[in-house]
Structures are given as C-alpha cells and as structure tokens.
Design a protein around this ligand. Structure first.
Ligand code: AN7
Length: 352
C-alpha cells in the first residue's frame, strides 16, 4: 500500500483544484473506523456500531479535513492572513495549517470558554489569539464583518472550501465498510458545517457509485439546541464547549440533511453527554472530548425508543480527541490516590 498523501492528493476529483506548490497538508484524513461492540450492545440489539475517530487527525479534530482545502486555496490566491472565530478546534487547525503555509493567522475566541488543549495549540503555532468578551456567535459576527472588508480570508465553515474538504469523510467511511453504506450516521451539531458536509459527501458518493445514503442524525446539547427548538439561543450553555453555539452558520444545511435523509436533529443533556463520554473511554478505550460524545449520547438515548429499528449499521463521528480538554477528564474521573513510597503501603492500596 502506498503512503497516504493527504486529502487534496487522495481525492483530486472531489475537491477544488489547487496548484501543487500551494498544497498545504499535514496528511489529514484516513482516520480509523473502529468497531464498538460493547457500546452497540447498550444501544440496540443486533446493531453494528462504528466510531469514525476524527481525533486521529493531525491537530486532533475533524476540522483538518476542511482546513487543508481552505488554507491551500488561501495560499494559492496570494492571501497573507487567515482569520477565524472558534470554540477552539477550528482555531487549532487554522493555526497549524497557516504555520505550515507561512501565512499569518488570527483567531477570535470567546473569552474563557475554550478548552485548554485547543488554546495551547493556537498559541504554540504562533496565531494571534484574541479573546472577545462575548460568546462564539458574537465572535463569528465580528469575523464575518472583517472578512467582508477583505482584511483576511475567513476559514470558518462559511468558507465553502471547508465543506468540500469535510465531505471526504463519507467517502472514507463507505470505503472502510467495504462498499457498504451505513443505515445511520450520528454526529454532534454546533455550527452545523459538519452535518452539511457529511451529507453532501454521502450524496455525491451515491450519485457516483450508487448504494444510497444513510439517515443523518445530528445531536445538539440541550442548552445550545437552536435547531431543535427552532429559534436562536441567545445565551447557549453546555459543558461541551465545542458546540456551545446558539446561531449555527449552516442552519439551512442541517435542515436539508435532516429532511432529505429522513433523519433527525435532537438534543442530549450534559449528563447524557458525560455518560457517553465515559462509556466511550470505559467500554471502548476511546478518549474523545465531551462534544464528540454527543452523537453516541444520541444513539444511547434513541436506541430504547425504537427509533433505530431496521438499522443494521450505525456510524458515529467522534469529532475531536479527549486530550483537547484534559481538565474535564480529570474532573469527571476517579481521583488520584497518593501513597507513601513504600511497598507495603502500595500493596495494601492495590490489593486491599
Ligand atoms: C469537537 O472549532 O465550531 O456542527 O469553532 O469542535 O460543524 O460546527 C467546533 C465545532 C463538533 C460541531 N465537535 O461541528 C469551532 C467549532 C467538535 C467541534 C463540533 C465542533 P459543526
């Protein structure tokens, strides 16, 4: 098998063309599709569940799929600066790809509301990090305004290059399933770029190779569920900071994916998110950030209602790595025990 060359070189027919000298890649994509039999048993008898672990991308989230396209195209166009608003992962990815491209990067984050690992990434890659006194939705409004003035290339998912890159996940999944199309695809929904892109990928794949498309099932956090409630949420609240979003940029795309796939968009509570987060870690050995567990939380919620009946195969996108938010992991896990440096004491602690 030849070495993976990154999305722009692996999927040239699907993606906007970029001159080779402008391709900016960290060899993103090609993430594992991990069977999750223990979780499946808790969701619905007979269902096969697979975890598309996007935390294995170079910066630890699915954002790298879109960022390679957006930053490469920005580079090709002669841009000097890329700009984004972010709940954290977009900024981490933009900072890394911009560094590699030799572009300047500015990120606008909601003050005090992004997970430590993501902040560290933006900082270490040399981005200008600006924390606004306001939430993500406000940060995105500000960034859009600057973008319209032409000050920088906006690399949020309102940039169509991001959606193009992110759609590749659908092609990978069907390939990894040996050509089978899953019946259900579950994922978290924040700005709704990812559900829009994943659905676009499945549609394009089916138009090319046949075999149909899955039902798209998106899950928002209960305190940040504008699409479920049908109205903007002015003060979104959830511990899953990645999806703490009250006015999704790709709202219409999410509705389209839901309706055309005969799927649904539902919400899960923070308790359900944490339970799914812990189940992924405990039962499957997969460590994700809290927002990434929302799709699994949704399937755990729907399984007993019969809403998944008839489905044989479900895929969940696990959008980001657990190391993004180490503080949450420590907070929800059993405490560290301290013992003396003494073998008798250690034996007593371990073996009772
Ligand atoms: C781990 O980084 O919006 O529905 O600014 O980081 O496409 O927004 C992140 C979103 C899910 C939601 N899981 O995806 C940002 C940002 C994780 C995320 C989502 C995000 P979209």
């Amino acid at each position: 098998m030849s070495a993976w060359r990154g999305l722009l070189r692996e999927f040239p027919d699907l993606l906007p063309s970029v001159p080779d000298a402008s391709v900016v890649t960290l060899l993103e994509g090609n993430t594992p599709l991990i069977p999750a039999p223990a979780l499946a048993g808790r969701i619905a008898p007979g269902l096969e569940v697979y975890l598309k672990f996007e935390g294995m991308n170079p910066t630890g989230s699915f954002k790298d799929r879109g960022m390679t396209v957006a930053v490469s195209r920005a580079h090709a166009s002669g841009a000097k600066v890329v700009l984004c608003a972010s709940t954290g992962n977009t900024s981490a990815s933009a900072a890394a790809y911009a560094a590699r491209a030799g572009l300047r990067c500015a990120v606008v984050i909601p003050d005090g509301q992004i997970a430590l690992g993501k902040l560290a990434q933006a900082m270490v890659h040399g981005a200008r990090v600006l924390a606004v006194r306001g939430n993500f939705d406000r940060a995105l409004e500000l960034v859009r305004e600057l973008g319209e003035e032409g000050a920088a290339v906006v690399v949020n998912s309102i940039n169509p290059d991001r959606i193009e890159g992110q759609k590749t996940i659908a092609f990978e999944i069907v390939r990894q399933l040996g050509g089978r199309v899953p019946d259900v695809h579950a994922l978290p929904v924040g700005n709704a770029g990812n559900i829009t892109a994943t659905w676009k990928g499945y549609l394009e794949r089916s138009a090319r190779d046949g075999g149909g498309t899955p039902r798209m099932m998106g899950f928002q956090a209960e305190g940040a569920a504008p699409i479920v409630r049908g109205a903007r949420v002015l003060e979104p609240k959830t511990l899953a900071t990645a999806i703490k979003i009250g006015n999704p940029a790709s709202w219409a795309g999410a509705l389209d994916a839901r309706d055309r796939s005969r799927g649904l968009i539902d919400m899960v509570s923070d308790d359900e998110i944490v339970a799914a987060y812990r189940a992924l870690a405990d039962l499957e050995g997969v460590f994700v950030e809290p927002a990434s567990a929302a799709g699994v939380a949704g399937l755990l919620k729907l399984g007993p209602t019969g809403a998944l009946e008839g489905a044989r195969t479900a895929v969940c996108t696990l959008t980001g790595h657990g190391l993004k938010d180490p503080e949450r992991a420590v907070q929800v896990s059993p405490k560290v025990e301290t013992v003396g440096a003494d073998v008798a004491e250690l034996r007593r602690a371990l073996l009772g």
